[in-house]
Design a protein around this ligand. Structure first.
Ligand SMILES: Nc1nc2c(c(=O)[nH]1)N[C@H]1C(S)=C(S)[C@@H](COP(=O)(O)O)O[C@H]1N2
Ligand SMILES: [Mo]
Length: 437
């Protein structure tokens, strides 16, 4: 293949990013200088492939694959979720392109879908029951949705959910699982009751350490004795004010794929702790032992490991609060922009259980960073919106990068962080391509 074959390079990038990288950047030849930046021949190949010049090329690290070569949108197939990119159809997994996450509150149709099994059919909210049990509950009980509404205070909160595997597609060597890019995240409002009100009503014994969930979805194998997933949170997280048992998303029934008619929402942690189609909660006197609680699921190495390593289960820890991250939701990657105008740049940022303290953007591959304006969260565990603008010195290919910092001063990395066997917790900076003319 020729370096100037843009379509070919895009296809190669999707199939084998490492090979595409090598072809474009000629890593094997001497096109890279000692500091890891490109020399002229590599740059010319890159500009030819892009079809335009790169004004800040001197800051472009070698090995960086221009975000302009990222995958194009595939055809959508999920009813009521138009625009989502389907990564898998059995079980259904679909992510939201970043530019469709521009709303401050994620609309139901743009909430990503991550299913481990097959959602229940013919759900009847009138007869739906939620059982509360487990060895550390004083008075096991069963509630209809009407009981929950009648007995407990109703609360509405905006809550951010992100799949632990969001960003997995960037890990090298590749990690198995859905190849999420950036769109397995959303922040709708949820209406329901506090998990702690329900647990306290039933009585939590002093030895309680964990709350596990079970849902009505079934295993893809069809084997009724197997749960697709049954995870949960430590009792401390369960008893927080923001942990909800919800029956509404954005004031409407929760979409079937997102857990209709009832789901758990424990925001800021991997989405996998927020059980959908919720029909049973267990208060445990030990770490919950449901499906996908054990390593390697939703765990990362306690100590960093070399890419591609095999890591023994006992050297893995369960993921809790998610790391700081941000998304550029405007402009859409790949736009053409008039050099005479300022470009508005905006998006959201979140930091697990923590707050975001600042968001910066760069238009020169990270050489300089400018702080953006930021709003506070609607409530704890909601994402925060930020907005700023950029102005470009001359025509050509640019990337806008965003980098958020949490309340403890921890920043997003510019490149993919610590490799781990299942490809979790990639909170690298989001990048969008802009062609300035
Ligand atoms: N019962 C059940 N709950 C579940 C899942 C599932 O497959 N079954 N997937 C989990 C995972 S891994 C994630 S990331 C979130 C996704 O929520 P969403 O599909 O509403 O975006 O739901 C979690 N809760
Ligand atoms: Mo997930």
């Amino acid at each position: 293949m020729d370096k100037s074959d843009k379509t070919g390079i895009r296809q190669l990038y999707r199939k084998n990013p490492v090979a595409a990288d090598q072809l474009l950047w000629g890593r094997k030849s001497n096109t890279v200088n000692r500091r890891g930046f490109l020399k002229n021949s590599g740059l010319m190949a890159m500009s030819t492939a892009l079809g335009m010049s790169i004004p800040f090329a001197r800051f472009m690290p070698a090995g960086l694959i221009p975000v302009a070569f990222a995958a194009e949108n595939a055809a959508n197939v999920i009813e009521g979720k138009e625009g989502l990119i389907v990564l898998n159809d059995r079980p259904v997994n679909a992510e939201t392109p970043a530019h469709l996450l521009d709303d401050n509150i994620t609309p139901n149709r743009y909430m990503f879908i991550r299913n481990n099994g097959v959602p229940p059919e013919n759900v009847n909210p009138e007869t739906w029951q939620l059982e509360i049990g487990g060895e550390s509950v004083e008075r096991p009980a069963s509630f209809s949705i009407a009981d929950l509404k009648q007995r407990f205070e109703e609360v509405t909160l905006q809550l951010q959910l992100e799949c632990g595997g969001n960003g997995r597609s960037e890990f090298v060597p590749a990690a198995s699982g859905n190849q999420w890019t950036v769109g397995a995240v959303g922040c709708p409002t949820f209406t329901g009751v506090r998990l702690r009100d329900v647990l306290n009503y039933c009585g939590v014994l002093g030895d309680a350490v964990y709350v596990g969930y079970y849902g009505a979805d079934t295993h893809v194998s069809g084997d009724a004795s197997r749960d697709p997933i049954s995870r949960g949170v430590p009792i401390g997280k369960a008893l927080e004010r923001e942990s909800l048992i919800a029956w509404q998303m954005n004031g409407e029934d929760i979409p079937l794929q997102n857990g209709y008619p009832l789901r758990l929402v424990c925001a800021g942690w991997p989405g996998s702790v927020s059980g959908k189609w919720l029909n049973r909660l267990v208060v445990r006197n030990q770490l919950h032992d449901g499906e996908k609680m054990a390593a390697p699921s939703y765990t990362v190495p306690i100590n960093s490991v070399a890419p591609g390593s095999r890591v023994p289960d006992e050297e893995m820890r369960i993921i809790e609060s998610m790391p700081v991250k941000s998304l550029i939701t405007f402009p859409q990657s790949g736009i053409t922009h008039d050099i005479r105008e300022r470009l508005i740049v905006r998006g959201h940022a979140w930091a697990g259980d923590d707050q975001v303290s600042a968001v910066f953007i760069s238009i020169d591959f990270g050489a300089t960073w400018l702080p953006s304006g930021m709003q506070g969260a609607a409530n704890r565990l909601a994402w925060q919106n930020w907005e700023t603008w950029a102005q470009f010195p001359k025509p050509g290919y640019y990337e806008v990068w965003a980098r958020a910092m949490d309340g403890q001063g921890r920043s997003q990395p510019m490149i993919v962080p610590g490799w781990n066997p299942r490809g979790y917790l990639n909170n690298a900076c989001h990048r969008v391509a802009v062609q300035v003319v």
